[in-house]
Write a protein that binds this ligand. Sequence first.
Ligand SMILES: Nc1ncnc2c1ncn2[C@@H]1O[C@H](COP(=O)(O)OP(=O)(O)O)[C@@H](O)[C@H]1O
Ligand SMILES: [Mg+2]
Length: 223
Amino acid sequence: MELKVAGLSKSYKRRKNKEVKAVDGISLEIANGELVSVNGPSGCGKTTLLLMAGGLMSPDSGKVLLGGMDLYALPPEERDRERALRVGFVFQQFYLIPYLTVTENILIPSVGSGTWSLSLRERAMELITRLNLDHRADHKPGELSTGERQRAALARALINKPSVLFADEPTGNLDDDNAEIVLDHIAGYADEGAAVLLVTHDRRVGNRAHRVYRMKEGRFSDN
Ligand SMILES: Nc1ncnc2c1ncn2[C@@H]1O[C@H](COP(=O)(O)OP(=O)(O)O)[C@@H](O)[C@H]1O
Ligand SMILES: [Mg+2]
């Protein structure tokens, strides 16, 4: 199992010591080549689940095994390095760096993980072509359409050939055509052998997934 999440829980503190249980004991397994989608309304805990599963936020309890490795049992620096090497993220808001070009943005994770090399530059060019961004390679994010921005963010997520790809509402800001393109590439990446976890309230996404979970108030529900 490439990704295994067991009994994950997370609460946030609110004013007056009130707690919100954002994720409440979720377990999930994703094999290589599998696209799993978690659907549910805003506020049900999807982003919290994804951040924990992707190694970006420690759970209160539960485990995340990435390629068999217990992510939160690792010292933080080691966890960061493993995440940089093995995990890619796509977010609704793109999070491109505004003063870097598309090509430079795509290469950023290879700098962080120490995998930068000339062949990485070739891979960046290949992804740029695959995602139809050739005419935008030297442009800054501010000069791009939202669809182009998300395609650039997706290329960035794929530069290190991560074994697990996480996507949080990747089509949330996109028109139908670009949503289609981005979902095609995300599904295609699972076909190439990666484990993919997609969380969204967008129902267009469901039919691409090998499995769909419905999430409600921090848990998976039956319907
Ligand atoms: N940093 C935070 N501090 C306090 N509450 C939070 C925080 N992040 C999310 N929440 C709350 O946790 C619940 C789940 O949020 P989230 O995981 O963002 O859900 P979703 O992505 O499905 O919209 C919501 O009630 C939200 O208000
Ligand atoms: Mg969210």
